[in-house]
Write a protein that binds this ligand. Structure first.
Ligand SMILES: CC(C)(COP(=O)(O)OP(=O)(O)OC[C@H]1O[C@@H](n2cnc3c(N)ncnc32)[C@H](O)[C@@H]1OP(=O)(O)O)[C@@H](O)C(=O)NCCC(=O)NCCS
Length: 401
């Protein structure tokens, strides 16, 4: 038994009503978990209704099955933002979460991470936005949960596991120590991974199946030991590695900052001489703020750096022309921000982006940046990477270091 991490608390007087995203049987189950949590936290925020794109006929089913109160049911696309609204995701299928949730985030939705009071939540775990931890699941220690992860009842997530965005572990699944579970993975009821197993993005593990070493991208596995029984899609991946910038990278970064598109989209504007660049680059390496060169399939493809401006950390990114439009920019933003937050080099990261820079705005949104305060300059949009729940003890209190 334990209390909730601070940022999972419903005790915020700004929250006036809760919308449940999805209206399936999961949503009805979620209502019960929510009731337990409200009792535990002594809150009483009303449920306004359900957002579900396939809503036809569901209102009567929901009313008949469970709820004696009046509620609204809307397609998510018709939702109009109102202050005081809080969102709870009930969608379990990874692809459906990925389809619906970003549209609501773009409308400014705030999602709660829900941890049932019976969950054991150990030391030093980090949790992204909108995750769900159902009753009696056990999450031991040093686990990294990405965004919108669903952990079913009685799951066990062992130490040092990482789980990527939108993945779902259904009831009684087991993730062995040190396993790396990618994005959009679905582990069906009772499935398991051995220690240090790799489950690549979009893999599906069948009911009660056991992965011994690796499940490949987009493949469906079944059995004990689990064997691939199908492929949902071809592997579209690339390998991205981030290395600390070094002296030898001076020319690569120079070419990138002087690229026509990069200059047009820069808030600074004018071209830079090699002499100015060398002086800046050396000083920048010395000041120690995070600065990475991205390698895509072993070739330098871009840079990302984090600069301190009057106490706030700002990110800058550029991808070399031939690597653009392949998802590398958003992957690099997301990986570097996670590294910087885990190293505790910053607690919140900002990005200032020209309003005309559609590619950049989209890349940052895909990497989970959300609108921040107004910059006061009409053609510059400020986004921020939300702080994650980190360093909580088993009672959800912040711990030092
Ligand atoms: C902005 C930048 C870093 C994005 O990197 P990238 O690798 O091209 O971005 P991604 O491939 O991850 O694409 C992210 C999204 O933007 C979209 N996008 C890419 N180029 C686009 C364009 N020219 N117009 C509209 N959308 C675009 C992609 O389709 C993708 O969205 P989707 O997955 O919904 O389809 C890169 O274009 C760049 O280096 N630009 C020059 C420097 C710059 O502007 N830096 C940012 C300053 S704030």
């Amino acid at each position: 038994m334990h209390g909730l991490p601070e940022s999972c608390s419903l005790r915020n007087t700004a929250y006036k009503r809760i919308w449940i995203v999805g209206a399936s049987h999961n949503a009805r189950e979620m209502m019960g978990f929510l009731r337990d949590i409200q009792q535990h936290q002594e809150t009483d925020i009303p449920v306004a209704g359900f957002l579900d794109d396939g809503m036809a006929g569901k209102k009567e089913i929901i009313r008949e099955k469970l709820f004696p109160f009046d509620f609204t049911i809307l397609p998510a696309k018709d939702y109009v933002p109102r202050s005081g609204d809080l969102f709870l995701n009930s969608i379990g299928t990874p692809e459906n979460k990925q389809r619906v949730v970003p549209k609501l985030l773009q409308k400014g939705a705030t999602f709660i991470t829900l941890v049932h009071p019976t969950v054991h939540f150990g030391y030093n775990n980090s949790v992204g936005l909108g995750c769900i931890f159902q009753p009696y699941s056990v999450c031991t220690t040093n686990i990294h949960f990405g965004n919108f992860i669903s952990i079913g009842s009685y799951c066990l997530v062992a130490d040092d596991v990482t789980i990527g965005d939108f993945s779902t572990l259904m009831t009684r699944s087991f993730a062995g120590s040190g396993s790396a579970i990618g994005k959009l993975v679905c582990m069906n009821t009772g499935s398991s991974t051995m220690e240090y197993t790799v489950i690549e993005d979009r893999a599906t593990i069948g009911v009660h199946s056991v992965i011994l070493r690796k499940a490949k991208t987009g493949c469906v596995y079944f059995g004990l030991p689990a064997k691939p029984i199908g492929q949902t899609e071809q592997n579209k991946n690339f390998t991205l590695i981030l290395c600390k910038a070094q002296e030898k990278d001076v020319k690569f970064v120079f070419d990138l900052v002087n690229d026509d598109l990069a200059r047009t989209m820069s808030l600074g504007g004018s071209r830079i001489t090699m002499e100015e660049h060398e002086t800046w680059f050396r000083q920048r390496l010395r000041n120690g703020n995070p600065f990475y060169i991205g390698y895509c399939d072993n070739t330098p493809c871009g840079y990302v750096r984090f600069d301190d401006k009057e106490g706030d950390i700002f990110i800058s990114v550029a991808i070399a022309g031939k690597f653009r439009g392949r998802g590398i920019g958003s992957a690099m933003i997301s990986a570097s921000c996670r590294a910087v937050l885990l190293m505790k080099a910053a607690s919140c990261i900002h990005a200032d982006i020209k309003s005309t820079n559609t590619a950049s705005l989209r890349a940052f949104q895909k990497a989970w940046f959300v609108p921040a305060a107004d910059t006061g300059t009409p053609d510059v949009i400020r986004l921020r990477y939300p702080e994650q729940v980190k360093n909580t003890d088993c009672y959800g209190r912040k711990v030092a270091g």
